[in-house]
Design a protein around this ligand. Structure first.
Ligand code: AMP
Ligand code: GLY
Length: 424
């Protein structure tokens, strides 16, 4: 089977690694990366070039197209390819709104009674300020959450402890002076208390097949301190989301979401990511994504015991099976970032120790942002590497992962030392 993967980050490297394990798979990746080039043929078309991607698929004639990131889904890549007769894993533009417009997602959840934080949507500063006062003064909230409605690469959320701070941020977001205008529609919501976890599911428009539970660590520094990032490390499974809670997430969140989208004429085919807060009142949705979580998928592929090509092909065809197998091992992923991330980063530093690290027992390293200059690997973006290992339990998996991380060096390399630390 010929599979064309769109994207070139850590998620797509992990996906290509897993897809390549399927027998007789030929992989093509656009644009890919120097690391992905070791698994797939590269084509120089970027994820934003919708017309060129469609032409590429016409000439490559893949049996399946797997779209990695959200931006091309939001831009209608899936629709464009389907219209030309290609089989695509990844939702239509309308279904992708579950991630790409937080205003849509929150309104949808309210309408379908899917548990989520209480919220209001704003485009007017006066109204937003009134709601901020309401939450802080009348309801004595300790914190309020401000979210840009549009896509913001995981940087569109601010948690504020003071009314003045919240109002200043609301003004900057609504004026479009931050986040490239993604916050011109603003969602303000109640702060949820609990432990975060992720449940991702394959969907075929009707059926929902949950994958194994995992837990990301979102802030840049140990102890859950510092600014939010795209995710600094993952464990799977996690005590935050036991089997009974997964069942509840399936029944109260995943299934009603896919049924609701279907009923609204936006059938969801692809990967539905539920970012959850496990509160005293049960699981609530923090956010939905319309694609594999990264780094979640880097940890998950290490436990997947089924053929990913078959699963994604079945999902795209509308014929999902009723079960998927994961090993009972524990998987850990630790993300290494360049100096400055999640702010302005400096890149281009030489990376050493990759061969030694990847030769350690059960270790696989996925490249989020590197390039190979002919002699050595160099950092190429803020998120650089995802180092993964599996073990018979969390202790073993953590030990193996950190032993590999410690072998890898580049100037200013940063990683969290406490991935999986909450679990014990
Ligand atoms: P999001 O982009 O919506 O996933 O938000 C990014 C991060 O902000 C989440 O992973 C949470 O850590 C935090 N967050 C978002 N919304 C809330 C909320 N309502 N209550 C508490 N934390 C939140
Ligand atoms: N790790 C969070 C995300 O993929 O959005």
């Amino acid at each position: 089977m010929k599979v064309l993967v769109v994207g070139g980050g850590g998620r797509e490297h992990a996906l290509c690694w897993a897809l390549k394990r399927s027998p007789n798979t030929r992989l093509v990746c656009a644009p890919g990366s120097d690391a992905i080039a070791r698994l797939a043929e590269r084509r120089a078309v970027g994820v934003h070039e919708i017309d060129k991607l469609a032409e590429l698929c016409d000439s490559e004639k893949p049996d399946l197209v797997v779209v990695g990131p959200e931006a091309p889904l939001a831009a209608g890549l899936s629709d464009a390819l389907a219209a030309r007769g290609h089989l695509v894993f990844g939702p239509s533009r309308q279904a992708a709104a579950i991630e790409c417009s937080k205003a849509f997602a929150k309104t949808f959840m309210a309408k379908h009674r899917i548990p989520t934080a209480r919220f209001e949507t704003f485009s007017d500063l006066g109204d937003a300020e009134w709601f901020i006062d309401e939450l802080f003064e009348k309801e004595k909230a300790a914190k309020v959450v401000l979210k840009a409605s549009g896509l913001a690469s995981g940087k569109g959320v601010l948690i504020c402890e003071q009314s003045q701070e919240a109002k200043a941020h609301a003004r900057a977001m609504l004026e479009g002076s931050v986040l490239g205008g993604a916050g011109k529609t603003l969602v303000i919501e109640e702060f949820l208390r609990g432990r975060e976890a992720t449940l991702m599911a394959l969907c075929d428009g009707e059926r929902v097949l949950p994958l194994a539970a995992c837990e990301d660590h979102k802030t840049i520094f140990d102890g859950d301190r510092g600014p939010m990032t795209g995710g600094m490390g993952v464990i799977s499974p996690t005590p935050a989301l036991d089997d009974a809670t997964c069942r509840r997430v399936y029944e109260t969140i995943l299934l009603p979401t896919v049924r609701g989208l279907g009923a609204e004429g936006k059938p969801f085919r692809g990967l539905l990511y539920a970012g959850l807060m496990i509160t005293a009142d049960g699981p609530q949705v923090i956010e939905f994504n319309c694609r594999f979580g990264d780094p979640e998928i880097q940890a998950l592929v290490r436990r997947l015991d089924d053929d990913l090509v078959e699963l994604l092909h079945a999902s795209a065809r509308g014929e999902l099976p009723s079960s998927v197998r994961f090993s009972d091992q524990t998987s850990v992923c630790v993300v290494m970032t360049a100096p400055g991330y999640p702010g302005e980063t400096t890149t281009g530093q030489a990376i050493t120790g990759l061969d030694e690290a990847s030769s350690l027992k059960s270790v696989e390293i996925f490249h989020a942002g590197t390039r190979f200059d002919g002699k050595s690997w160099r950092t190429h973006s803020g998120r650089v590497l995802g180092v993964t290992a599996v073990g018979k339990n969390l202790d073993e998996a953590r030990q193996r992962t950190y032993a590999a991380v410690e072998k890898i060096h580049f100037d200013g390399a940063h990683y969290r030392h406490d991935i999986g630390g909450r679990a014990v």
